[in-house]
Design a protein around this ligand. Structure first.
Ligand code: NIG
Length: 397
């Protein structure tokens, strides 16, 4: 790919504090030059190289890194709108609803599942998501999970095996049999086929207890998969401590944290991934993001798109909730959805606009990234650059 230059950037949020002012590394009157999928220049327009093949004038728009959504469950069929409606009327969220989606997903064709997942990835792109992690977990048999891993692999390199989402109905009377299937067959297969990079476990009352979750993570680690944990979503529990003990890249949800959990996170390299859209949709309290940051914890913000607890791909919505309900400043929320997501996926090449990083950027129809929260619900994303090419052009075209 030849070099492309973006000029007329009213405000560039590099998310690299070394490149500009404040935590977002802001540069006024900026230019961005990309070549072969990477950023080669991000800074004041006056200092930009002149020898690009083509310049695009952004007419004062603001540019920021593409969002890194480090937690989604996109391989599913059907929906659970009836369950959602009951919940909005006051019924509590229960993990058991997952099995309704397992039944619908097992009955769906592979092409149907692939098409649905592709449409969700495209939808996410149009709201600025350029890197997405995708979990399996609605198949729960060796054959279904293997097929779902392949579907995910065609859409992203950040694929997570979540066979330990729930014990499937055919193993209801034999939990240890399903755990053996996971540790001895499904995890080795997910790792050997090279289709999964990560393994996750839903560590929660009603899903997998700490002892079972440790067995899953142990097997995954032995087979070379990186670790992630659904932790402390519906109540306090040992998920966060387990994630930190096992060196998981991320502990996700973190809705119900004790002071000891916060200390564990602060003393580890495990990122706390907040999923406020699911807290909204399940009527849970919101995690105290401000307290986590004050303790020195790295936080990420993700959509958790799935048909049960959070049927949304919108990181702008997650930003607004994180600011209003988790106590983050707008800058902190934007960093959590970019740099934080990259940290949760251990991807130093995304989540910032610095020379050498992937040229994944959002062009915003607004003068400042804070407008993403200020004008909540408005479709402000004008265009999206992915790997240095226009992946979506809306109002910019
Ligand atoms: O992260 N908690 C487990 N998994 C999903 C919910 C899945 C569902 O309800 O279908 C989550 O919220």
């Amino acid at each position: 790919m030849t070099a492309l230059g973006l000029m007329g950037i009213g405000l560039l949020a590099t998310c690299d504090p070394q490149l500009g002012r404040g935590p977002l590394g802001l540069v006024d009157n900026a230019a961005l030059v990309v070549d072969r999928g990477l950023i080669v220049y991000a800074g004041p327009a006056a200092g930009a190289p002149r020898d690009t093949d083509g310049w695009r004038d952004l007419d004062g728009r603001c540019v920021l890194p593409g969002f890194v959504d480090s937690h989604t469950h996109l391989i599913f069929a059907g929906d659970r709108v009836d369950e959602f409606s009951l919940r909005m009327a006051g019924r509590p969220y229960r993990p058991g609803g997952i099995l309704d989606t397992v039944a619908a997903t097992r009955a769906a064709s592979r092409s149907d599942l692939a098409g649905r997942a592709r449409r969700l990835v495209d939808q996410a792109l149009r709201s600025g998501t350029t890197t997405v992690e995708i979990k399996t977990g609605y198949g729960l048999t060796p054959a279904h999970e293997a097929a779902h891993l392949e579907i995910a692999r065609a859409l992203t390199r950040e694929v997570t095996f979540l066979g330990a989402h729930l014990v499937p109905p055919e193993f209801a009377a034999d939990r240890s049999g399903y755990l053996r299937l996971l540790t001895d067959t499904m995890i080795p297969a997910a790792a050997t086929a090279g289709s999964a990079r990560w393994c996750d476990v839903f560590c929660e009352a009603g899903a997998f207890d700490v002892h079972e979750s440790r067995a899953v993570l142990d097997a995954a680690s032995r087979h070379g998969l990186g670790l992630r944990v659904h932790a402390n979503q519906l109540g306090p529990g040992g998920g966060v401590a387990l994630a930190c003990e096992m060196g998981a890249a991320s502990a996700d949800h973190c809705t119900h944290l004790t002071p000891a959990d916060v200390d564990e996170l602060a003393g580890s390299n495990t990122v706390a991934t907040l999923l406020p859209i699911s807290d909204f949709c399940t009527r849970q309290p919101y995690p105290d993001g401000r307290a986590l940051l004050a303790a020195g914890v790295t936080i990420a913000l993700a959509s958790n798109c799935n048909p049960g607890s959070s049927y949304s791909t919108s990181l702008p919505l997650a930003l607004a909730l994180a600011v209003r309900e988790c106590g983050l400043t707008i800058d902190q929320a934007i960093l959590a959805a970019t740099r934080g997501g990259a940290a949760a996926l251990q991807r130093p090449d995304v989540g910032r606009l610095s020379p050498g990083s992937r040229a994944d950027a959002i062009i915003l129809d607004a003068p400042d990234p804070a407008h993403l929260v200020y004008r909540l619900g408005a479709p402000l994303v004008s265009a999206v650059l992915k790997d240095g090419a226009w992946a979506w052009k809306g109002p910019l075209s």
